[in-house]
Design a protein around this ligand. Structure first.
Ligand SMILES: Nc1nc2c([nH]c(=O)n2[C@H]2C[C@H](O)[C@@H](COP(=O)(O)OP(=O)(O)OP(=O)(O)O)O2)c(=O)[nH]1
Length: 139
């Protein structure tokens, strides 16, 4: 029997602190440099989505995060080769300051400014879920 594998998974972290969402600005490749996205990246073989969120946040931001529930829809990327899944997250140490190790810039975004960032196309689909996350009482 043929083993059928689905699309590879890219996880993103919706990190909220004091009612603000952490967004980061891509530095490369040229085609998307300057666009905004959530921290994250590809889930490695054998790795859970939550573990991938934790690893990517350590690599990209130098912080530890606690991973919570999934938010928003699965978003298809690259013609269906990948699927983007977002997990809500918080900083394990609320006083830790994320640093952009691989990105051009970081920004803590207020709900009012969410729609004004030049997000990657896939992330625009997630904006309603990100708004909903920011109005939660514990956000
Ligand atoms: N991390 C992340 N990737 C996103 C988002 N939206 C979106 O379309 N993508 C795309 C961009 C990339 O094609 C792919 C993830 O690749 P990546 O460069 O972040 O991560 P990676 O682990 O594959 O690569 P790398 O860290 O080795 O550079 O998903 C998002 O909000 N966060």
């Amino acid at each position: 029997m043929l083993a059928v594998s689905g699309p590879a998974i890219v996880v993103g972290a919706a990190i909220v602190r004091d009612g603000l969402l952490l967004a980061q600005q891509r530095a490369y490749p040229e085609a998307v440099a300057g666009r905004w996205e959530l921290p994250g990246g590809r889930v490695e073989p054998g790795e859970s989505e939550a573990a991938a969120v934790v690893r990517e946040c350590q690599e990209e931001l130098g912080v530890d995060v606690a991973v919570h529930d999934r938010i928003g829809p699965d978003v298809s990327l690259a013609g269906g080769e990948f699927v983007l899944r977002i997990h809500a997250a918080t900083l394990t140490d609320p006083d830790a300051e994320p640093v952009a190790h691989e990105h051009r810039a970081l920004r803590w975004v207020h709900a009012e400014d969410l729609d004004n960032l030049d997000w990657l196309e896939a992330d625009r689909i997630l904006l309603p879920a990100l708004h909903a996350l920011l109005v939660r009482p514990d956000a």
